[in-house]
Design a protein around this ligand. Sequence first.
Ligand SMILES: [Zn+2]
Length: 299
Amino acid sequence: MKLPSFADLKKGIVEKKYVEVATNTSKTAISSFLKKKSNGPSIPDESWVKCKKCMNLVYKKEITKYRLCPNCGAHFRMTPAERIRITCDEGTFEEWDAGLTTANPMGYPDYDKVIEGAQDKSGIREAVVTGKCEIGGQKAAIAIMDSHFMMGSMGSVVGEKITRAFERATEEGLPIIVYTVSGGARMQEGIMSLMQMAKVSEAVARHDDAGLLYVVVITDPTTGGVTASFAMLGDIILAEPKALIGFAGQRVIKATIGQDLPEGFQRSEFQLEHGFVDRIVNRQELKKELTTILKLHSK
Ligand SMILES: [Zn+2]
């Protein structure tokens, strides 16, 4: 692959490498999902799933809207639509920038096909859903990343949507809640992905300058460039139990420092003990916790 010249990169940055499609033709499944009455989790059609923590087979119908293992309480991964259902007051979520989709800024081979596959699989156009809602009657902006879309990797559209969410929250004087889950920067967009870290961080700083509250909810796994930027910039950093939170993977760290890593390394509980996380909150308690935090900080 030929690397782009500086001039190309600059042009890319100015022109912004994504396209906006009309929302009515977008692949977003958020609104249709929210209209459905069922609480069923979004797992494939098999009747059983295996819990990776206790290794028990779990009957699909036993998994409630909170997506917890009925045997051991493990927190399974959730889609943005499922998160909205357990976080936002019913009928209050309004989606922002649903039609934003990537335009393959680096000309990465077959990237378009990968994106299309991820869109079909997840039912959304990119790895984050943003908007505003009410939580326990408190207005807030919200951004929810999705591990089902290329492992929540951050490319130019993810960065742009989160940046816009912060900018709009600043304009409207709203606090913002961000659910993170990510494998890190998206390699198919190279430097474009990496610059999102600085871009989002800048928008976070302006939101902060306006005296507005930013709450992060870290979910499993949150790694790479997302941990190295906005996941660690919240005024309050909550985490779900046992979530993997780190920058590089354990194998890389172990090979680099040539030492065995401590038990529970990079999990929420370890990060709480080491000051990276303010509180670990069980998923059923999250809405209550967020409501309390928003109420305490409302003006
Ligand atoms: Zn389990």
